[in-house]
Design a protein around this ligand. Sequence first.
Ligand SMILES: C[S@@+](CC[C@H](N)C(=O)[O-])C[C@H]1O[C@@H](n2cnc3c(N)ncnc32)[C@H](O)[C@@H]1O
Length: 353
Amino acid sequence: MQPRTPQPLQHRTVLLHEAVDAMLTTADGTYLDATYGRGGHSRLILSRLSAAGRLLALDRDPQAVAHATSGEAAVRDPRFAIRHTRFGALGEVLADLGVQALHGALFDLGVSSPQIDDPVRGFSFRFDGPLDMRMDPTRGESAAEFLQRADEREIAEVIREYGEERFARPIAKALVARRAGGQPVATTGELSAVVAGAVRTREAGQDPATRTFQALRIRVNAEFEELEQGLNAALRLLVPGGRLAVISFHSLEDRIVKTFIARHARREVDRDSPAMLSRGDEAPPLLRALARIKPGEAEVAANPRARSAILRVAERTDAPLTDDALAAAEPRAARRGGKAAGSKAAGRPKGRA
Ligand SMILES: C[S@@+](CC[C@H](N)C(=O)[O-])C[C@H]1O[C@@H](n2cnc3c(N)ncnc32)[C@H](O)[C@@H]1O
C-alpha cells in the first residue's frame, strides 16, 4: 500500500476528441456534460461552440463543482453553467435552468483520478484511508457504513453481482465474522486485508481486492440505477438528430448503455415469450445506434485508465416522443411489473437527494 500521494490530483480525460466530435453536431446548440470531473470534455466542447451555444454541466461530487467555479481552473464563460447534482435529478435541474431541449449529452462514467487518488475518499486499495467511496460525501451511506449494517447475504450478493467475484461468499463471511468480533472494517487497508485472506486463487496482474472494491463503489453510489435514470432523462430532452455519447469503463456498465440504446433503436427480443406484444411495440424507435469507439493504442499507452473504455454514440431519430415509444423500450420485466434494474443487489442507498 502506497503512502499518501504528494502530487496535485489531476485527471487525464479519456476519449476526449472522439467523444466531443461524436456528440457535437451544431456549434449553436445546447449541450450537457453530465460528468464534469475536472472539465476536460467541457473545455473542449466550449472551444467548439459559437457565441450562441450553451453548455450545462453537472457532477455529484462537490469538489468537481468547486473546481469548475473557483480558483485558477474555474470556467468563467457566460455560455457555461454547472450544478451539483446527480443523474437521477438531471431532468429537474435542467428544467430549473430553463433548458427544454439538448443537442447532445455526454456521460463519462465512473470516478475521476482525483477521486481515486485521494486516500481520504476511500476508493482505492492502493492507498490506506477511511472506507468511504461516496462520489458525493455530503449524503448517503459510506462503504464502511454499508458493511456495518448489511447482512452476510446482501454483502455477498453485492460483491457477486457488481464485482463478478466468485469468492463473494467467503469474503462476505469473513467481513461479517470480523464485525461480529467487534472489529468492523473501517479503512481501505482493512478491507483489502480481509479480502486477500478470503480469496483463494488470484488473477494474474490483478489485486485480489479489485472486484470487491468495484462492487462496493457501485453499490454505495447506486451507479447502475443512476445511469438508467440519467440516460432516460437525457433521451427525453434530445432534439431529433441530437446525440448521446457515453463512455463506460467496465463490462457491466457498458452492458447497461448498450442495452439502453438497443432497446430504443430496435425492438428487444423477449426470450421468455417472443410472441408477446406489449403496449407501444409498434411505435417507431427513438434512437439510432451510431458508433462504438475504443481508445487507440497511443492513448492506452499514455493513460492506462483508458484501457477498458468504450464510447457508445446514438442519435435521436425524428420519431415523436410519445408514451408508447417510451413504453416500447422499457425492459420487458418492468412492463410486466418487475424491477427495472432487475438486480437483487440493487437497493437504493438511504438519505439521497
Ligand atoms: C470520469 S470522471 C469525468 C471526467 C471528465 N470527463 C473530465 O474530462 O475531467 C466522472 C465524474 O462523473 C461524476 N459522476 C459519476 N456518476 C455521477 C452521477 N450519477 N451523477 C453525477 N455525477 C456523477 C463523478 O463524480 C466524476 O467526477
